[in-house]
Design a binder for this molecule. Structure first.
Ligand code: FAD
Length: 401
């Protein structure tokens, strides 16, 4: 009989516990909070977007992208939604995005905890793990009050994103003691700070756009969707999906620029058609865009709002169109881990076996979830990675116990 200890009772820890449990071993989860799955409750605005049908590998990011297909396998892609169905969850699928039909994240958390109870997996709450040491053929796990022995350990402590949910980066310290290499973590899926004297003016506007991220004038990624304009910069899901590149680029001294197309519904060549009538510019633009945004664009171009489009000279017409479809904002920063949904960086994938999630430096030590150098796009990909990596570790342990 073996004792498996899982450090951290978040998404990855809970699922790896379920998959580790066999009749021949005892599984214990050590969780620092007074309850497990605190972050699960915050996901998807409390509705938990737990999976996505579109499992294109490009939705996942790592310094070692080439290793991702060994973790995100066809087998697991089929197994994750089936696993949740078997727990009794009825999915509500919108454009491939999975939510529980209840619209409540607590449904996912409770279904996992129910399975944990059925499988007689022990959870110990309010237990903070400070240190893990490998002895000859077992581990010593040091908490504030005691030393717990284990034959195998899964570390599932998360990254340092959203530390109020319990993931404050302590997992990196636990791994560094084993001489593991941590790729510097940065906030990802986070709001961006931008330059501009007009920020207070456009704050509060939400509008559908196409956004393109340029790094030193090279196109990196494009996204479409709703953007939120704020008094410090820009936010919204499409901005989140560009954000992982910003800290890395800014730290290397690169120029990070986002180009916003405020008229994504019309071909660029046809924008002039919007001004066929002789309405004043202000009147015509306010028929299409939020009035706060119209003021910002007209002030930026310094064009007389009372004129009609046809009364502008060619330079003015081009300037106006440029600011409507290629509005450039320079990104000068990003919000902190307190606001980010995930982190780029973490334990290098080169230091685990991506077929099992076992450390290549320490036999019997497994690492899963956001603690690893993998971050996903918005849309269920971060939980997706937590489920798949947790399943992988659990399967390896349960078949080799
Ligand atoms: C606001 C918000 C919304 C999100 N929405 C979505 C979404 O809709 N879809 C999606 O796919 N992803 C979403 N994410 C991301 C997703 O929630 C995470 O990627 C995922 O939960 C990570 O799971 P994890 O188990 O690796 O880490 P965590 O969920 O962070 O769990 C780590 C656990 O370990 C515990 N712990 C840490 N250190 C110790 C220690 N030393 N001793 C004992 N316990 C410890 C923590 O208390 C915590 O319970 C969202 C994130 C946030 C913050």
């Amino acid at each position: 009989m073996k004792h498996i200890v899982i450090v951290g009772g978040g998404a990855a820890g809970l699922i790896s516990a379920i998959y580790s449990k066999t009749n021949n071993n005892i599984v214990t989860i050590l969780e620092r909070n007074s309850s497990c799955g605190k972050k699960i409750l915050a996901t998807g605005n409390g509705k938990c977007n737990y999976w996505n049908d579109d499992q294109n590998i490009n939705h996942y990011h790592s310094t070692n992208n080439e290793l991702l297909p060994r973790i995100i396998t066809k087998e697991l892609i089929e197994e994750v939604p089936a696993f949740f169905n078997n727990l009794g969850i009825v999915p509500k699928i919108k454009n491939g995005y999975y939510y529980p039909f209840s619209n409540q994240a607590t449904t996912i958390k409770n279904a996992l905890l129910n399975e944990i109870e059925n499988k007689k997996i022990k959870i110990r709450h309010d237990v903070l793990v400070n240190k893990i040491t490998k002895k000859d053929n077992y581990f010593e796990i040091e908490t504030e009050n005691e030393i717990i022995k284990a034959d195998k350990v899964i570390i599932a402590t998360g990254s340092c994103a959203s530390p109020k949910t319990g993931s404050d980066g302590i997992g990196y310290k636990l791994l560094k003691r084993f001489n593991h290499n941590i790729i510097e973590p940065y906030p990802a899926l986070v709001q961006l700070k931008t330059k501009g004297s007009y920020l207070k003016e456009w704050a509060g506007v939400r509008t559908d756009v196409k956004v393109s991220l340029y790094e030193d004038n090279n196109l990196i990624k494009e996204e479409s969707g709703e953007i939120q304009l704020t008094d410090y910069g820009i936010s919204g899901i499409c901005i989140f999906n560009l954000s992982r590149y910003i800290p890395l680029g800014l730290n290397k001294g690169k120029k990070e620029e986002i180009v916003i197309n405020f008229l994504p519904f019309i071909e660029n060549n046809n924008v002039k058609d919007l001004f066929k009538n002789n309405n004043s510019l202000k009147h015509q633009l306010e028929a299409i865009l939020n009035n706060k945004l119209v003021n910002v664009i007209l002030r930026k171009t310094n064009i007389n709002e009372k004129l009609s489009f046809n009364e502008l000279n060619q330079n003015e017409q081009e300037l106006l169109i440029e600011n409507l479809i290629n509005f450039k904002v320079e990104v000068i920063g990003y919000n902190s881990f307190d606001n980010s949904q995930t982190a780029s960086g973490g334990l290098s994938l080169t230091e685990i076996n991506p077929d099992t999630m076992e450390s290549t430096l320490v036999k019997g030590l497994y690492i899963v979830g956001e603690l690893l150098d993998v971050d996903g796009d918005c849309g269920g990909y971060n939980l997706g990675f937590a489920w798949m990596s947790g399943m992988k570790a659990g399967k390896d342990i349960s078949t080799n116990d």
